[in-house]
Design a protein around this ligand. Sequence first.
Ligand SMILES: NC(=O)c1ccc[n+]([C@@H]2O[C@H](COP(=O)([O-])OP(=O)(O)OC[C@H]3O[C@@H](n4cnc5c(N)ncnc54)[C@H](O)[C@@H]3O)[C@@H](O)[C@H]2O)c1
Length: 318
Amino acid sequence: MQLRKPDAVENVAVLGAGTIGASWAAHFLAHGIGVRVWDPAEGFEAKVREFIARAWPSLKRLGAPAQPDEAKISFFADPAEAVSACDFVQESGPENKEIKIALYERLDDALPEGVVLASSSSGLLISELQAGRVGAERYVIGHPFNPPHLIPLVEVVGGRVSDPAAVDWALAFYNGCGKKAVRINREVPGHLANRLQVALWREVVHLVDTGVASVEDVDTAIAFGPGLRWSLMGPNLILHLAGGEGGMRHFLDHLGPSIEAWWADLGTPALDEAVGRKLIEGTEAAAKGRSIAQLAEERDRLLVGLLEMLARERGAGG
Ligand SMILES: NC(=O)c1ccc[n+]([C@@H]2O[C@H](COP(=O)([O-])OP(=O)(O)OC[C@H]3O[C@@H](n4cnc5c(N)ncnc54)[C@H](O)[C@@H]3O)[C@@H](O)[C@H]2O)c1
């Protein structure tokens, strides 16, 4: 497969422009890349414009130009038209296998040669989405974290018939436009980071359900403890440091047996109605009257501050 250069992308087609697609559009625009947006919903253009306007102050703090370049955003009534003159496609339609397959069918005759398509899917297997497509080898997963215009991580994984070069291409493209892309070697439901999140959350649910701690205290324990360290290095390097001069080797000798005993004691809760009620009531209490919009504003404001600090401290290329 002949691919275009990942650092020469001028236009990205953004297919599906809800929570994730609109945020991707803001991200690409902030990095000087043109966006060609399509969504089947009535009035999507106004919603995307509004999202970008709301996101821009944060993006500006992170280095975007003063205003989005109006000439670089266009809206289409047909996905085939949106992809017809693009260098990359970021698909963010609903998390539904049939809907994604039906959309990809509409692109068969329109996707220019050598253009990679990445799906934002949170957990579907690209093998199941790409089967039978024209140019199926250029379909990959490019899974972002919400909101993609602020959270750097993108997880990239290919399916059964993806060309490894398309996976490499997507990694290079994302890393070249302000994202931190990681390669997943083999597709698994939920990809990588969502599996890690839900592994931790399974134990959160168990601890709350069995009354070990309140929802609020669990959140405090993570946000003021390991969560702070994880945003700097990740769990393995952090535990390497927990082993002192002996690093991970000493950590395993010293604490490995205890950890195996704790593993054996971890819970496997069900998300039934009674558990759901405890989680909802506990989370509403932890929100202390703050609305979803207020919490989102607080998250984004603190996140931008953290990203600014990390960029400053790590320097270029960090
Ligand atoms: N929300 C998250 O936290 C999150 C995070 C990472 C990835 N994702 C993934 O991103 C994708 C989009 O999720 P979202 O949260 O933005 O959903 P959303 O419901 O906010 O947006 C989906 C958009 O798709 C449009 N749409 C409806 N029918 C469509 C069709 N037939 N073809 C294309 N688009 C259609 C809708 O009008 C809507 O604008 C999903 O695959 C999801 O798994 C979501």
